[in-house]
Design a protein around this ligand. Structure first.
Ligand SMILES: NC(=O)c1ccc[n+]([C@@H]2O[C@H](COP(=O)([O-])OP(=O)(O)OC[C@H]3O[C@@H](n4cnc5c(N)ncnc54)[C@H](OP(=O)(O)O)[C@@H]3O)[C@@H](O)[C@H]2O)c1
Length: 244
């Protein structure tokens, strides 16, 4: 069994004189089969971290990475989450990346409250439910990363609409802020992150978006720079602090 000190140091990357001291971390990523979640898994594995890829259905790309895959986990299903916690069997988690999310279009004219509710379930309640279930696996030095969106910034909302997505991401950001306060005494830091506009299925692979590779490089830099002092901040992947 590893000592607390070793566990505490994992997940950190810091400059050790001339050489970069790399400490490996165990990272759990949701929505790992495609898009930004898959790219997180790819880059984390490439840098030597141990990845636990959580998804509903694995993709070929994910299977070919050779990371541990935990499939069959729908974040709206409390039983599936409890099963996942059981399968993890006490495995300490250094970094928990809540990445899975859905975007459905809701305009005022065509408002569908079931769609709004669905987005709340996946985007806001899913990460909260999973955090609670995996809390016993988090330790002093662990980090949480919540993939919210600039569309969940009230200050930045200049175009309206997208009721379910915007409202659910505001709720997720608020959960992140409360988690940063509640988990600080346990030594756990929380990052609230916007990935930029990223070319994934969520936005129809909009060519104006940046690549998942570039987005995740920025997101991992933010997560590496996350400390208990700056915990609870809302960052763009490019390092900009975003308005609430
Ligand atoms: N792309 C952007 O420009 C952008 C901008 C701002 C924020 N974001 C946020 O970044 C995150 C990743 O987005 P993305 O662009 O990579 O989207 P994506 O390509 O559509 O991928 C979404 C992921 O979420 C999973 N997911 C959806 N519903 C789920 C559920 N009920 N239970 C478990 N997993 C579920 C999907 O799994 P399935 O394959 O099983 O559906 C998929 O792995 C999301 O939280 C999104 O809101 C993205």
């Amino acid at each position: 069994m590893e000592g607390g000190e070793a566990r505490q140091r994992r997940g950190c990357r810091r400059n050790n004189g001339d050489s970069l001291l790399i400490l490996m971390a165990t990272v759990l990523v949701t929505g790992a089969n495609r898009g930004i979640g898959f790219e997180y898994c790819r880059q984390l594995q490439q840098r030597g971290d141990t990845v636990i890829a959580v998804c509903r259905e694995p993709s070929r790309d994910l299977e070919s990475l050779g990371v541990r895959i935990e499939a069959g986990v729908d974040l709206t299903d409390a039983e599936a989450i409890a099963d996942l916690a059981q399968r993890l069997d006490g495995q300490p988690i250094d970094l928990l990346i809540h990445n899975a999310g859905i975007l459905e279009n809701n305009s005022l004219e065509t408002l569908d409250l079931d769609s709004v509710r669905r987005q709340f379930e996946v985007n806001a309640l899913g990460p909260l439910r999973l955090t609670q279930a995996l809390l016993p696996l988090l330790h002093r030095g662990s980090k949480l990363a919540l993939m919210t969106s600039r569309m969940g910034s009230i200050d930045d909302n200049s175009s309206g609409g997208s009721y379910g997505y915007r409202m659910s991401k505001v709720a997720l950001s608020m959960a992140g802020k409360s988690l940063s306060i509640d988990l600080k005494p346990r030594g756990i830091a929380v990052a609230i992150l916007h990935p930029g506009l990223v070319r994934t299925r969520m936005i129809g692979f909009n060519p104006q978006g940046i690549s998942p590779e570039d987005s995740v490089r920025g997101l991992l830099a933010r997560i590496d720079g996350l400390t208990l002092e700056n915990s609870g901040s809302f960052w763009h992947a490019n390092g900009e602090l975003l308005p609430w």
